[in-house]
Design a protein around this ligand. Structure first.
Ligand SMILES: Cc1cc2nc3c(=O)[nH]c(=O)nc-3n(C[C@H](O)[C@H](O)[C@H](O)COP(=O)(O)OP(=O)(O)OC[C@H]3O[C@@H](n4cnc5c(N)ncnc54)[C@H](O)[C@@H]3O)c2cc1C
Length: 168
């Protein structure tokens, strides 16, 4: 069965606008599924525009990695939350995506992944990146989600300037 954003007036169709949400948010919430059991985690992420993938880091073990081993298909959401409006409505921009989650094993890709991640989530990325040692990175678990579908919905971003600011 195929679904689409029901409210066409709220749908985001511009691919660049969808990607911009993944580029400007600090974390995504990702749903996993093992047989008929659902599970969900939030992950700080960096979005790699050129490869249309998200990078994250995590502990080397835990429930999400057990779920990943069983089923690498994921569904996720990135959210820009503008809160309650004057009209008592809720203002947000969100992007849903689906994709395949995997672990990054190659050290060169790990270096790239950590750069993408730190540049997106940190205020002072270059100083933080300069402190990361290769030996430590080698032992760090890094993951990747290759995005194969995106949809977007925008509901009453309160002030166009604020919306623009958050997206850039
Ligand atoms: C904004 C945000 C950003 C985050 N960024 C990252 C990140 O970049 N990398 C990362 O690895 N984790 C991140 N986390 C934490 C993440 O959501 C998980 O809690 C964490 O990854 C542990 O997952 P796990 O499956 O290994 O849990 P495990 O340690 O194996 O725990 C399993 C059980 O613990 C409970 N549990 C696990 N996590 C939570 C939780 N957050 N709240 C309540 N109960 C929980 C559940 O009941 C679950 O069944 C972030 C969380 C938030 C809110």
């Amino acid at each position: 069965m195929s679904f689409h954003v029901r409210r066409k007036d709220r749908e985001i169709t511009d691919c660049e606008e969808l990607r911009q949400v993944l580029k400007s948010t600090k974390y995504v919430t990702v749903a996993l599924c093992n047989q008929d059991e659902p599970y969900l985690v939030s992950l700080s992420h960096g979005y790699d525009d050129a490869n249309n993938c998200l990078y994250f880091h995590c502990a080397p073990e835990g429930k999400k990695l057990e779920f990943l081993k069983a089923n690498s298909r994921v569904w996720g959401q990135a959210l820009l939350d503008f809160g309650v409006t004057e009209e008592c409505d809720y203002a947000y921009t969100s992007v849903h995506f689906s994709g395949k989650m995997s672990l990054v094993e190659d050290l060169v890709e790990k270096q790239h992944a950590v750069e993408v991640l730190v540049r997106q989530v940190s205020l002072n990325p270059e100083a933080k990146l300069a402190k990361i040692k290769l030996e430590k990175l080698e032992k760090t678990t890094m993951g990747r989600i290759d995005v194969d579908y995106m949809s977007g919905k925008k509901h009453q971003s309160p002030k166009p300037t604020l919306h623009k600011m958050l997206l850039h």
